[in-house]
Design a binder for this molecule. Structure first.
Ligand code: BGC
Length: 452
């Protein structure tokens, strides 16, 4: 077939989740608390007082959840490991029961023909390490590499694709600059240090993989393209700052071994002079980069916006998701082509892409139509296809998310799932988007031709 939407042969179709968002039982079987465990149990931090204590109860229901994946025909499943389940104090003693959970999950995936893709850090730092300074302590790079080594030795023969970090920008912007996410700090003096140590840790984790692993390792960035609100010099400069802050701040040290100059301008006296040698550590060869794409921002100058002096501008007559993000699929094509242009021909995966929209209750006949999400999926697969046609080396796509889950401090109110979850009964129901996605996988995209 030579339809418009044929994807390359062997294109990899999957779905993604993360530990704290779905597992529940955060302290079971000897696990240590994570910073998210603490944050969620601090009054006033979470919408509606929601926590990850139960979430999707995946810790107990993982076998059933693998069957949900199988029903979709997923070829890959991207999950994350809760560091504190494996190393309750963050370093040192290994908790065999916590490790056992991930080992059983991996076996279950493999038995069902699904390729495991493990992310070592998706925001849930062990609380014991936060007590020692967390991402502000330079030693964190070595703590991370030691933990990574434990995981590579335990699962490396069965897990062919690893990522060090998920979205370091969110960790630093939400966790250290604005405080809406764990550990809830608000300091422009801390944010660049946390960002730098995250990228040092990622580099140290990749080095550990080169010593112990034999397949692929990469790192996952959320890239949000920035477009100027006008042609004014002020708006153009604001757009450059926003782009440097969110996108280049992480990808540059990892892939180019330097920081973009705008960061000094943004952080002023809070921007440290990092030792030159650090960039040898941050700049390790990756086997792939994972890109999480959700939306874009149209940016204008605003002298009062701390510390960027730039704000996003809402676009008239556009569809926005429940998390307030504009549906803008061209941004995915632009992001992928920009990434190749700036960083070279690195194999890329879309490691997350999805949308939260209001879902009606599941009908008595079990149907849940979610047309806005279905449309989002269709449009973004088309936009990714455009980038492939333009020569970007995209190996696969993971939908966010397999099922509705804890949307961090926004709690359970924002639903991103292919499967609807009734959090009172834990019943999962395939949404119409899940059914379309299963057809996409089954036809390697050809079904999108019929849908126009
Ligand atoms: C994160 C997910 C999150 C999703 C939707 C990404 O920033 O990796 O954990 O649920 O976006 O907000």
């Amino acid at each position: 077939m030579t339809g418009r939407f044929r994807f390359p042969e062997g294109f990899h179709w999957g779905a993604a989740t993360s530990a704290y968002q779905i597992e529940g039982s955060p302290l079971a079987d000897g696990a240590g608390p994570s910073i998210w465990q603490r944050f969620a149990h601090t009054p006033g931090m979470m919408s509606n007082g929601d926590t990850g204590d139960v979430a999707c109860d995946h810790y107990n229901r993982y076998k059933d959840d693998v069957q949900l994946m199988r029903a979709l025909g997923l070829q890959g499943y991207r999950f994350s490991i809760n560091w504190a389940r494996v190393l309750p104090e963050g370093t040192g003693r290994v908790n065999a029961k916590g490790l056992g959970f991930y080992s059983r999950l991996v076996d279950e995936l493999l038995e069902n023909g699904i390729v495991p893709n493990a992310t070592l850090f998706h925001w849930d730092l062990p609380a014991a390490l936060d007590d020692r300074g967390g991402w502000l302590n330079r030693d964190v790079a070595h703590w991370f590499a030691d933990y990574a080594e434990v995981m590579f030795k335990a699962l490396g023969d069965r897990v062919p694709r690893w990522a060090t970090l998920n979205e370091p920008w969110v960790v630093t912007d939400g966790g250290y600059l604005h405080g809406a996410l764990a550990p809830g700090h608000r300091s422009k003096y801390e944010a660049p240090i946390a960002a730098h140590n995250l990228m040092r840790a990622s580099g140290a984790g990749i080095q550990a993989y080169r010593a112990h692993g034999k397949h692929e390792i990469g790192v996952v960035f959320n890239i949000e393209p920035k477009y100027p609100a006008s042609d004014s010099a002020e708006d153009l400069a604001a757009t450059k700052r926003a782009h440097a802050y969110m996108n280049k701040q992480f990808a540059d040290p990892a892939l180019l071994g330097s920081y973009p100059p705008e960061l000094k301008e943004i952080f002023g006296d809070a921007w440290p002079d990092f030792p030159e040698d650090d960039f040898k550590l941050t700049n390790q060869k990756v086997d792939f980069v994972g890109i999480n794409y959700y939306t874009r921002a149209v940016v204008k100058h605003d002298a009062d916006a701390y510390p960027l002096k730039a704000v996003p501008v809402r676009q008239p007559n556009k569809t926005y998701t429940e998390t307030g993000w504009e549906v803008f699929e061209q941004g995915l094509t632009d992001t992928l082509t920009w990434f190749k242009h700036r960083y070279g021909d690195i194999p890329l995966y879309i490691t997350e892409n999805g949308s939260a929209f209001y879902d009606p209750p599941v009908a008595e006949n079990g149907v849940l139509d979610d047309p806005l999400r279905t449309n989002y999926l269709r449009k973004h697969l088309g936009a990714m296809h455009k980038a492939i046609e333009a020569g970007v080396n995209i190996k696969g796509y993971y939908a966010w998310s397999l099922m509705d889950n804890l949307e961090w401090s926004l709690g359970f109110s924002k639903r991103f799932g292919l499967y609807h979850v009734d959090f009172a009964t834990q019943k999962r129901t395939a949404k119409a988007t899940a059914k379309l996605y299963a057809q996409v996988i089954g036809s390697n995209g050809a079904v999108l031709d019929e849908q126009g």
